[in-house]
Design a protein around this ligand. Structure first.
Ligand code: ADP
Ligand code: MG
Length: 243
């Protein structure tokens, strides 16, 4: 089976700072991966390289068999196959929830407005906030806004979803509703690469945990193995700090 994402010998520098060091990572179609590791270990940079938000200097990234290169013609195609949800929701404040969800499908995918609205309502129902469609983001709670961000991504019918700490800016009582949405997506078979420190979520949905430190993948293992007997001292130390 063709990998949804295939990362080989990836190196990335910010000036003299070597932030990704020889990363090799394959994500199979339908696979759910949780990436964790200390702050500054390169998790966000890795995620951002996958949809071309950051350039890399060596190695390769292929998404669905298309090479990710900033100046390539395929970058628009790649970005519409890769949904991305950030810590901060990045919704357009001056557009309604519905308009946030229909904008890209209309302008990038070329859907008719009515088709885009039907699609948006379908996904807003999926994330359990169809009744908020006519409101503006500022009228919603953080958890609701993050669910809109997820619905907005899904409206592009992505082949894979990338999450970068989607719950870390939320109040505790809102974390569960966002995680439940992500669990539902995973259950439906979405290919997912999630940076998160929500270890309950990781245990429940991840096929594989990838642990990063200082720009390297230090180890990767199924959750049962990673959480009970991490192979590296660095992972053990990281897990101890979470508890
Ligand atoms: P994580 O998401 O694991 O916390 P990041 O990928 O955000 O780590 O950062 C990895 C390293 O790259 C850190 O040392 C960070 O300071 C640095 N870094 C991130 N973004 C930039 C940038 N735009 N310019 C320079 N350095 C950056
Ligand atoms: Mg980060």
């Amino acid at each position: 089976m063709e990998a949804a994402v295939d990362i080989r010998n990836l190196d990335k520098w910010f000036g003299k700072l070597h932030v990704l060091k020889g990363i090799n990572l394959g994500v199979a179609s339908g696979e759910r991966i949780v990436v964790c590791g200390p702050s500054g270990s390169g998790k966000s940079t890795l995620i951002r390289c996958i949809n071309g938000l950051e350039e890399y200097q060596a190695g390769s990234i292929d998404v669905d068999g298309m090479r990710v290169q900033k100046k390539s013609k395929t970058i628009t195609a790649i970005r519409s196959e890769v949904g991305m949800v950030f810590q901060h929701f990045n919704l357009f404040p001056h557009l309604t929830v519905l308009e946030n969800c229909t904008l890209a499908p209309v302008y990038v995918r070329g859907l008719k407005p009515k088709e885009a609205e039907d699609l948006a309502m379908h996904f807003l129902a999926k994330v359990k906030i169809p009744e908020q469609a006519r409101k503006y983001p500022g009228q919603l709670s953080g958890g609701q806004q993050q669910r809109v961000a997820i619905a907005r991504s899904l409206c592009m019918r992505p082949r894979i979803m990338l999450f970068d700490e989607p719950t870390s800016a939320l109040d505790p009582e809102m974390i569960k509703e966002v995680l439940d949405t992500m669990i539902a997506l995973a259950t439906e078979g979405m290919t997912m690469l999630c940076v998160t420190h929500e270890m309950g979520f990781a245990r429940k949905v991840a096929d594989r945990i990838v642990f990063m430190d200082h720009g390297e993948i230090v180890e990767q293992a199924p959750p049962a193995e990673f959480f009970t007997s991490p192979a590296s001292a660095r992972a053990r130390q990281f897990l101890d700090q979470l508890l």
